[in-house]
Unconditional design. Sequence first.
Length: 211
Amino acid sequence: MRKKLLLFIIPLLLTSCSTYDESVVFNAAQEAVNNLQEITYSTYSVSVTGHVGEFTEFNTFENRAIPAHTLEDNTANRSLGLAAPVVIDKDNFYVETDDITINTAYFTYNRIKDRLTWAQDYYSYLQFKEEGDNLVFYCERVSKNVSIYNVITDEFMGSPFYSTVTWNARYYLSLTYNSQGLLIEERILSETPVSDDDRLSVDYTSTYTYL
């Protein structure tokens, strides 16, 4: 059972960054994706630490099959917290095409960008880096509403009641993929909490393990 909560904290003023060139980020990411290794795992599990406001429990996944990673809309290829891609590869990352029947929103690059950035925040941008064999997509100081899925907010008839919590803040957001293009961590951190009280901030990390 799900419900959706809308929570707010006050975003602060943003700073400017006028030298950003998305093509540099995209080209570096695409080259790294083109060099990903073959997937050797079949299942994954997810654990979560941290809090989303007052909520500290989450609906997690265990021994879930690694989803198909195609250009079609695939709700199985969604992460626990942000509904970002669990699997990226050269075939689903970004494809140059004139086929108008293909929905480019399903490209994993576009979905990562949508999850981490906000088009109306003109001063924060999608970033990419490699850390060892890992591929890290991130956005710093982005001011937006973030929807965080699978948050246990209550109990109903003895069972956890999990919800989608939408929280407005300025965030550090990141998605880290391993050398096989499998998500290993998603990070959601409100960077400018209005108080030291955890109930007024978000500090969420989900960790993915593969077998």
